[in-house]
Design a protein around this ligand. Structure first.
Ligand SMILES: [Mg+2]
Length: 173
């Protein structure tokens, strides 16, 4: 598949890779710096390998869709074993009524590439916005609960959807 058509795997940080509480003894509890402010975060070192395997097995490209923007590449990714990833400029200030501030910049970025999006904060209005956007083709939002964060089942859902793409029926939602 040509690079510019490769599906994307979009990653949120807060509520997804950094849930409310540590979920096990192997999780890290650290301070991460964003715009000069240190925030406590909890991170699972297994998340990086899980996501890299998902990317490898499906041919999809990982990218950040988080208000941490470029700070994620310095403060989050290396701690869980992720390489530097493309960053969607979700703090760009574009907005639409009722939709999450990240949604219009994501729509502008994807440029008709299919994408899965792990996030804890998206609602019906976001799906409607994406479905009606000319720049958006197939997508699947995977709703992650912020108390526990990203789990195996979410990654399995993403793998299933990405492997079902293959130019056949393309679902949007
Ligand atoms: Mg979030």
């Amino acid at each position: 598949m040509a690079d510019d058509l490769r599906p994307l795997i979009l990653l949120d940080v807060d509520g997804v890779l950094n849930p409310y509480h540590r979920q096990g003894p192997t999780w890290l509890s650290v301070k991460a710096v964003c715009d000069g402010v240190a925030f406590p975060v909890v991170l699972n070192p297994e998340h990086g390998p899980m996501l890299l395997q998902l990317s490898h097995e499906t041919g999809a490209e990982l990218a950040w869709a988080t208000t941490w923007v470029e700070h994620a590449n310095r403060e989050i990714g290396p701690r869980i074993g992720l390489p530097e990833l493309p960053v969607i400029p979700v703090n760009s200030g574009s907005s639409a009524p009722r939709v999450h501030p990240k949604t219009p910049p994501v729509a502008a970025y994807v440029n008709r590439r299919p994408f899965v999006w792990f996030d804890d904060d998206l609602e019906r209005a976001d799906r409607q916005y994406l479905k009606s956007h000319d720049n958006v083709d197939a997508f699947r939002i995977i709703d992650v609960g912020p108390r526990r964060g990203l789990r195996d089942l979410h990654v399995e859902q993403a793998a299933e959807w990405l492997t079902s793409l293959d130019g056949k029926e393309r679902s949007r939602g």
